[in-house]
Design a protein around this ligand. Structure first.
Ligand SMILES: NC(=O)c1ccc[n+]([C@@H]2O[C@H](COP(=O)([O-])OP(=O)(O)OC[C@H]3O[C@@H](n4cnc5c(N)ncnc54)[C@H](O)[C@@H]3O)[C@@H](O)[C@H]2O)c1
Length: 249
C-alpha cells in the first residue's frame, strides 16, 4: 500500500496497548506517515517495540486501570513533546467463558480495562486537545460491540459500552475541535488471535466472512490513520466496521 510519508509530520500520536499486536501495527503505521509516536503498555516489552521504531518515538509503561499513572504519563509526554494530537485507545483484554460461568471478577476486569481504561486515558488527554482546539480520538472496539458472539459476554458488553462512550465524547468535544470515533474489527490475525482461531474453527469463521478472510493488523491501523487524518474531519461519533462485511449478514 502506498502511503504519504509526511501525512502526520509534526503530529504526536499516543497508542495504548502498543507493545505488540494491533497496537504495534498502529504505532508503525503512524510512524511511517511521519508522526512521533508515544507507545504505552502495561508490559515493559513496549520499550523494545519503541526502540525498533526509531529514536524519535517514546515508550511509557502505563496501565490503563491506574488513573494516577495515566495522568503522570500524559503530563510527562506532553512536557517532553509539547502536546498529544491523536489518541488511539487500543489496550484491551478478552477472556472467553459461557455467560453462566463467567466470574464477576472477570466481568469487572473487562469493564476496567476495555471501557473504564479508555475513559480514563481519553479524559486525561482531552483537556490539552480541547485547549488547543484540535484532537483525534479513536477507540478500538470490535465486531463484538454490535453482535452477540458465544462465550464473549463480558467482552461484548464492554465493547458495546465503548461505542456509547464514543458517541457522548463525540457530541461534547467536536464543537471544540476534537473528533471521537471507534473502529470495530473482525478477527485480526495477531499471534494471539491465530492461536484462538486455529484449525477448523478458524476455517469456519473465515468462511462466514464475505471477504473469506480475517483482517490484518495493518488494515486496522490504516483505518485509524484515516480517522485521525485531515480527510476525516467531518467523521465524528462513527463506528467504522472493518469486518469484511461479517455483520451485514
Ligand atoms: N485481535 C483481534 O482479533 C481483535 C478483534 C477485534 C478487536 N480487537 C481489539 O483490538 C485491541 C488490540 O487487540 P490485540 O489483538 O492486538 O491484543 P493483544 O493482546 O495482542 O494486545 C493488547 C495489548 O494491550 C495491553 N494491555 C492489556 N491490558 C492492559 C492494561 N490494563 N493497560 C495497558 N495495556 C494493557 C497488552 O499488554 C497488549 O500489549 C483490543 O482492544 C482488542 O479488544 C482485537
Amino acid at each position: 500500500m502506498k502511503i504519504n510519508e509526511s501525512e502526520f509530520e509534526g503530529r504526536v500520536v499516543m497508542v495504548t496497548g502498543a507493545a505488540g499486536g494491533i497496537g504495534q501495527a498502529m504505532a508503525e503505521a503512524f510512524a511511517a506517515r511521519g508522526a512521533t509516536v508515544i507507545l504505552t503498555d502495561r508490559s515493559d516489552a513496549v520499550q523494545a517495540t519503541a526502540e525498533n521504531l526509531g529514536s524519535r518515538h517514546r515508550a511509557y509503561v502505563m496501565d490503563v486501570c491506574d488513573e494516577a499513572g495515566i495522568i503522570e504519563t500524559v503530563r510527562s509526554a506532553e512536557s517532553a513533546l509539547g502536546r498529544i494530537d491523536v489518541l488511539i485507545n487500543n489496550a484491551g483484554i478478552g477472556v472467553l467463558a459461557p455467560a453462566e460461568s463467567l466470574s464477576a471478577e472477570i466481568w469487572d476486569r473487562h469493564m476496567d480495562v476495555n471501557l473504564k481504561g479508555a475513559f480514563l486515558v481519553a479524559r486525561a488527554v482531552a483537556p490539552g486537545m480541547l485547549e488547543r482546539g484540535y484532537g483525534r480520538i479513536v477507540n478500538i472496539a470490535s465486531q463484538a460491540a454490535v453482535i452477540g458472539i458465544e462465550g464473549h459476554v463480558a467482552y461484548c458488553a464492554s465493547k458495546a459500552g465503548l461505542l456509547g462512550m464514543t458517541k457522548c465524547m463525540a457530541l461534547e468535544w467536536a464543537p471544540r475541535g476534537v473528533t471521537v470515533n471507534a473502529i470495530s474489527p473482525t478477527v485480526v490475525e495477531t499471534d494471539l488471535a491465530l492461536v484462538g482461531w486455529a484449525g477448523e474453527k478458524g476455517e469456519r469463521a473465515r468462511a462466514a466472512i464475505p471477504t473469506r478472510r480475517f483482517a490484518q493488523p495493518w488494515e486496522i491501523a490504516a483505518a485509524a490513520c484515516f480517522l485521525s487524518g485531515e480527510g476525516a474531519a467531518m467523521v465524528n461519533g462513527e463506528n467504522m466496521l472493518v469486518d469484511g462485511g461479517y455483520t451485514v449478514i
